[in-house]
Design a binder for this molecule. Structure first.
Ligand SMILES: Nc1nc2c(ncn2[C@@H]2O[C@H](COP(=O)(O)OP(=O)(O)OP(=O)(O)O)[C@@H](O)[C@H]2O)c(=O)[nH]1
Ligand SMILES: [Mg+2]
Length: 307
C-alpha cells in the first residue's frame, strides 16, 4: 500500500542567536538563511523545504523574538509571531548553554497554556558547547515539566550531531496533504531578495556594533541572462556617520563585503557574477514600508506590520 503524502509548516522560533537559521540550513541541506555571530541577524521570514520520504517539511525560519520596543524590531517580532500561528509544528529552539532563559521560558509557558492548539517540539541546540554534556538532563527534565513538548531533540546544528533525527520524527507529526513545493525547490525566497540577504550577511560579519543593524540591502538589477550574471545592489544607510565605516579606508571595507558576497553568489548560482555595490544614505529607510517590503521585512500580501 502506498504511503500517504504529508506536508506541513514547521516554524523555528526562539530567542535571537540560538542557531535557528543554522539549524534550518542544516535541515534543508542548503544555505537558505543567513547566519552570523550577532544577535538579530534574521530579518526576513525564510522558508526552506526538505523531503523526508513521502513527507514534505517546510521549515519557517523566523527573526529571533526579542523584547525591543523599536518599531523596526517590533515588526520583526510580529512577522515571527505570524509564522508561529500558521505553523503545524512549532519548534522552540534553545541554546543548551543558556537553557530556558527569560525569552524561552515565556514561549514555553505560552505553549503550555494551550497545549492542544499546535504540536510543539523542543530543539536544544549548541550541544557541542555544553560541558558537561550530562547537563542536558536538567534541560530535558525542565522541558518535561512544561508538559507541552511532543519531542525533545538535543543537537549541534554546526557539527551536525543529532540533526538527522529531527526530520524523520517531525514528518510523522505533519498532517496528510499534497506537497506545497516542487521536490527540488529549496526555498521560495525570490532570487533578488536572496542575493540581497547574501550581501547583508557579509555586512553583519564585517561591520560592528550598531552599524550593521542600520544597513539595508536592496537588489536594484539582476540580469541573469548575462555572462557573468550582473547584480547591482544598493546598501542603504540610516546615518551619514556610518558611510566612512561602510566604505572603509580607500573603499576597502565595501570591497571586502562585495568580494565575499560575490563569491557566495557564484556558488549559489553556479555561474560567474559581477556584483556592483553602491551606498546611499537614506535616513528614514527603516520606516519606509516600500523599502521594507522589498527587503522582505514586511509581507505586502497580508499587510503585516501596518500597526
Ligand atoms: N557552537 C555552536 N554554534 C552554533 C550552533 N548553531 C549555531 N551556532 C552559531 O550561533 C550563531 C548564531 O547562529 P544563527 O543561526 O544566526 O542564529 P539565529 O537563531 O538564527 O539568530 P537570529 O537570526 O539573530 O535570531 C552563529 O555564530 C552560529 O555559527 C551550534 O550547534 N554550535
Ligand atoms: Mg537567524
Amino acid at each position: 500500500m502506498a504511503e500517504v503524502s504529508r506536508c506541513g509548516l514547521v516554524a523555528l522560533v526562539g530567542a535571537p542567536n540560538v542557531g535557528k537559521s543554522t539549524l534550518m540550513n542544516a535541515l534543508v541541506g542548503h544555505k537558505v538563511g543567513i547566519v552570523s555571530p550577532k544577535a538579530n541577524t534574521t530579518r526576513v521570514v525564510v522558508r526552506g523545504v526538505r523531503q523526508e520520504g513521502t513527507a514534505q517539511l517546510v521549515f519557517v525560519d523566523t527573526p529571533g523574538l526579542n523584547t525591543s520596543t523599536k518599531a523596526f524590531d517590533r515588526q520583526l517580532v510580529q512577522q515571527a509571531r505570524g509564522s508561529l500561528a500558521d505553523a503545524d509544528v512549532v519548534a522552540l529552539v534553545i541554546d543548551a548553554t543558556r537553557g530556558f532563559d527569560a525569552q524561552a521560558k515565556a514561549l514555553a509557558e505560552s505553549f503550555a497554556a494551550k497545549p492542544d492548539m499546535q504540536v510543539y517540539v523542543l530543539v536544544i541546540n549548541k550541544m557541542d558547547k555544553l560541558t558537561p554534556r550530562s547537563k542536558v538532563l536538567e534541560l530535558m527534565t525542565a522541558a518535561q515539566a512544561y508538559g507541552c513538548f511532543t519531542e525533545v531533540f538535543a543537537v549541534s546544528a554546526t557539527k551536525g550531531g543529532g540533526v538527522d533525527d529531527i526530520a524523520p520524527a517531525l514528518a510523522k507529526l505533519l498532517p496528510e496533504g499534497p506537497w506545497l513545493f516542487a521536490p527540488d525547490q529549496a526555498t521560495d525566497m525570490p532570487l533578488p531578495l536572496r542575493l540581497a540577504e547574501v550581501t547583508r550577511e557579509k555586512v553583519m560579519l564585517n561591520l560592528h556594533e550598531e552599524v550593521p543593524y542600520a544597513v539595508g540591502v536592496v537588489t536594484t538589477l539582476l540580469a541573469d541572462d548575462e555572462a557573468p550574471v550582473l547584480v547591482q545592489q544598493t546598501l542603504l544607510l540610516a546615518r551619514d556617520a556610518h558611510k566612512p565605516l561602510v566604505l572603509g579606508k580607500g573603499g576597502g571595507m565595501l570591497k571586502r563585503i562585495g568580494s565575499a558576497a560575490r563569491e557566495e553568489m557564484q556558488t549559489l548560482l553556479g555561474k560567474g557574477v559581477r556584483l556592483e555595490l553602491q551606498v546611499e544614505v537614506k535616513p528614514r529607510w527603516l520606516e519606509q514600508q516600500n523599502l521594507l517590503a522589498e527587503m522582505g521585512v514586511l509581507n505586502m500580501d497580508t499587510g503585516d506590520g501596518d500597526a
